[in-house]
Design a protein. Structure first.
Length: 214
């Protein structure tokens, strides 16, 4: 317990840093994932191509490489941001590709007759997607979205290697101070467990109230 009690402030900063990264990157991933899923099923070929390219590139790019591309590449184009914001961009964009595919699979579960009926009433593609298809699709994809965001929370550990304050990075300072590396990682693991269980509980609640009955 001494490792935790003597360094509660350090652990607290790392824990809050990971929570902030997870929340902001999750919001970005959900927004981009929704946009790209819309592109993937759009009647416009150029939009479908853009959505497909986004998913194909990001799903097949290692996250660490994407971090390097964002942190080292964007400043070359004059975009200089805090490292935490770079981390949010990398995590959010990477995860959005997986969110996109989850949403697209949910959209494919909605009977085609639903969309056809909406269009026969004069609704546009955007109205049909947002008002008819996505509300039904979302109910079936709550669990996989939760799993994807849990993976995002764990992937945030990579940000520590890029000067971002997060939970895993606390081990460096504690190791330099001579604390037991085993107990250092035990309390780091507990922190991640709290975060992932919280996300799991949230999506379990959502699935219980809005998910498809199975």
């Amino acid at each position: 317990m001494d490792v935790l009690t003597d360094n509660l402030t350090l652990y607290g900063k790392g824990f809050l840093g990971t929570v902030e990264l997870t929340v902001y990157a999750s919001l970005l991933a959900l927004v981009l994932g929704f946009v790209m899923a819309s592109f993937r099923v759009a009647p416009v070929r150029a939009l479908r191509a853009l959505g497909t390219a986004w998913v194909t590139v990001l799903r097949n790019t290692p996250l660490t490489l994407l971090f390097f591309a964002v942190v080292l590449g964007l400043p070359r184009f004059g975009l200089v941001l805090p490292f935490q914001l770079f981390a949010v961009l990398a995590l959010g964009c990477y995860t959005s590709a997986f969110i996109c595919e989850v949403l697209r699979s949910g959209i494919n579960t909605v009977p085609k007759g639903q969309g056809e009926a909406a269009r026969s009433l004069g609704m546009t593609f955007g109205q049909t997607l947002s008002g008819v298809v996505l509300p039904q699709a979302f109910r079936s994809v709550i669990p996989p979205i939760g799993s994807t965001l849990i993976a995002l929370a764990k992937n945030s550990a990579i940000a520590g290697a890029f000067s971002v304050t997060e939970l895993l990075g606390t081990y460096k300072s504690l190791n330099e101070m001579g604390y037991s590396i085993i107990w250092t990682f035990v309390w780091i693991a507990v922190g991640y467990l709290i975060i992932t269980l919280s996300i799991s509980a949230l999506f379990h609640f959502m699935e219980k109230h809005w998910g498809v009955a199975r």
